[in-house]
Design a protein around this ligand. Structure first.
Ligand code: HEC
Ligand code: HEC
Ligand code: HEC
Ligand code: HEC
Length: 480
């Protein structure tokens, strides 16, 4: 099976970020409004939340500057960063590459992929003609500003005015990407899918990459074209990680509910991919047989629990009762997911679990993030090597991205004596994921244990009250 190239990208990104002075030394400027180009009279007031198209933001005195401006909080080079570095800007052109063309043939699309809504919905700003303003030139700009920031016609003019606030723009239809939960929902609308647009196993088998996500890692990889808010905590990226994980689990459970209650169940993309797609060995060399199958029948596919692997640590400190209920549901979901006859039960449990996750999301949004919590998470995730690695390649991937994010957040704020060693050890984790069909859980666990020895340990020893991740055991060992 094909190597996941994005991980190699993250590997490079994390290595770059670690040495890049720009990320560590972002100077947050006092909040002022951007110098306004002559404000447009909002003559399009009658147009109901229309899209103006990416070119509207590109002027060099708006967001198209090449060098970041430093006298104002908004650097005004957002368009240039997007156009030159962000893969989103190329998302339309990839629909004409040989892989896409072949995908279109395999799937029997009636139009070419670069003209088919099935692809355009995630790869461009694909809005109905009646919602396009006159400035809207074409849909071939890839995933552009308004895909994330919302239809701009109503706020485009006024948002350049002095003393104009973000909230005022949001009232006029700007999407609230500052809210981390809303931000993650927006990313996941394409990076996990919705009822209207999705990537299923049929598309993956035709050539589409599998979708994985982690808010902080993916934001760095874009790369970010924004600065942290003026009042942001130094540990903002840890909050991003935590809230992102919660929204990701909730979205995954909603998708499981949707798919298992629909007509096309079982949907293979809901299962751990490498339950089916691994290279076989002799029985003596099989780590899967050595581990046993925990509570599920041997050989049954199993719901991919990767969105829970890191979440359960992130959420360990909040509301133990809700976490306990959620863990019980997820253990059951894992146990019954492989048998298509359990479809209705599965859909109901996925729905319950999504509601519980939503409650925890709210708590994770409001809780404080600091050095103690960061070291605690680093330790607990790294120490959970046996369970995480046994859950499969996708869980290992989430843990790796989380360890990477957390250690970078730590290094940004604190001195780390063994920084180079820690970075090298985490990069080894990324490398083990380079060929997912050859993924080997015991080997991965060993490398995580090396990382565990290198992560910063807490000096204060006072984090015990934050609580430990719930360990729910069904049949003695089934815990995930
Ligand atoms: C649910 C949203 C969604 C839909 C629908 C979708 N894609 Fe994608 N596509 C993505 C995302 C997200 C990525 C990036 C995945 C990653 O790298 O993590 C991607 C990546 C790709 C890539 C790899 C690009 C690269 O840089 O190598 C190709 C090719 C592709 N999509 C083609 C298609 C085609 C063809 C269709 C229609 C048949 C389609 N996509 C439909 C979301 C979608
Ligand atoms: C893939 C999603 C995405 C795309 C595409 C995107 N942005 Fe953003 N943008 C964000 C996120 C997330 C933030 C950070 C949250 C925030 O500040 O609103 C942000 C922040 C910003 C900010 C800083 C806002 C502030 O108050 O700090 C500006 C300005 C901006 N984007 C302009 C643009 C422009 C112009 C484009 C198109 C060239 C664009 N963005 C494309 C997601 C996106
Ligand atoms: C409208 C759909 C859409 C939204 C919303 C969206 N993305 Fe994407 N994203 C894509 C597609 C499609 C690609 C594939 C582009 C390509 O490879 O050419 C992609 C690619 C990426 C990549 C490159 C992945 C790789 O393998 O190299 C990153 C990183 C990324 N997105 C992060 C984000 C983040 C962070 C957000 C939210 C702030 C977000 N995206 C919102 C559709 C979207
Ligand atoms: C229940 C078993 C099962 C699961 C789980 C599963 N697949 Fe598949 N997959 C198959 C089968 C069967 C085929 C068809 C293979 C063939 O025709 O040779 C296939 C085909 C594919 C192919 C095309 C074959 C190739 O060699 O290029 C890809 C890629 C793929 N799957 C990726 C995935 C990913 C990624 C996941 C997880 C999101 C996944 N699969 C989950 C059974 C599964």
């Amino acid at each position: 099976m094909r190597t996941k190239t994005s991980l190699q990208l993250f590997f490079l990104v994390s290595a770059w970020v670690a040495t890049s002075p720009s990320r560590a030394q972002v100077k947050v400027q006092p909040r002022t409004t951007a110098p306004a180009p002559a404000p447009q009279t909002p003559s399009q007031e009658n147009v109901e939340s229309a899209f103006s198209g990416p070119e509207s933001c590109a002027a060099s005195n708006c967001h198209g500057g090449v060098q970041p401006k430093t006298v104002v909080r908004i650097s005004q080079n957002e368009y240039s960063i997007w156009a030159s570095q962000d893969k989103h800007a190329r998302a339309y052109s990839v629909l004409s590459n040989p892989v896409s063309v072949r995908m279109g043939k395999i799937l029997g699309l009636t139009a070419a992929p670069n003209q088919s809504d099935k692809c355009l919905n995630c790869h461009t700003l694909n809005v109905k003609p009646e919602r396009r303003a006159q400035t809207f030139q074409s849909t071939d700009g890839g995933v552009s500003c308004e895909n994330c920031h919302g239809p701009a016609v109503k706020w485009l003019g006024p948002h350049t005015l002095k003393n104009w606030t973000h909230d005022q723009s949001v009232k006029l239809g700007m999407y609230d990407t500052r809210d981390l939960a809303r931000r993650t929902e927006k990313c996941l609308s394409c990076h996990l899918g919705t009822a209207e647009k999705e990537v299923d196993h049929t598309m993956i088998a035709a050539g589409h990459p599998d979708l994985t996500f982690q808010l902080d890692t993916f934001s760095s990889a874009m790369p970010r074209h924004w600065k942290p808010p003026a009042d942001a905590s130094a540990w903002l990226s840890v909050r991003e990680l935590a809230v992102g994980q919660a929204v990701q689990l909730r979205a995954a459970l909603n998708r499981l509910n949707r798919r298992s209650s629909g007509p096309h169940w079982p949907e293979f993309a809901e299962y751990e991919c490498f339950a089916c797609h691994h290279s076989l060995t002799t029985p003596e060399a099989s780590w899967r047989q050595a581990a046993g199958y925990r509570s599920r029948p041997p050989g049954a596919p199993v719901w991919n629990p990767s969105t829970y692997a890191v979440f359960r640590h992130v959420a360990a400190g909040v509301d133990a009762g809700t976490m306990q209920q959620l863990t019980l549901q997820l253990v059951e979901i894992q146990r019954i997911s492989g048998n298509p006859a359990n479809k209705d039960d599965l859909a109901a449990r996925a729905n319950d679990a999504a509601v519980l996750t939503d409650q925890i999301t709210q708590q994770l949004k409001s809780q404080a993030y600091d050095r103690n919590l960061t070291t605690k998470l680093l330790q607990e995730i790294a120490d959970d090597s046996e369970t995480i690695s046994a859950e499969g390649e996708r869980s290992a991937e989430q843990a790796t991205m989380a360890l990477d994010s957390l250690s970078l957040a730590y290094e940004k704020n604190e001195q780390v004596g063994n920084q180079a060693q820690l970075r090298a050890a985490i990069n080894d984790l990324f490398q083990q994921l380079g060929n997912p069909s050859a993924y080997n859980a015991p080997k991965f666990a060993q490398q995580m244990q090396r990382v565990a020895k290198l992560v910063p340990r807490d000096r204060a020893q006072n984090v015990g009250e934050l609580g430990a991740a719930p360990k729910v055991n069904s049949e003695g060992s089934s815990q995930f």
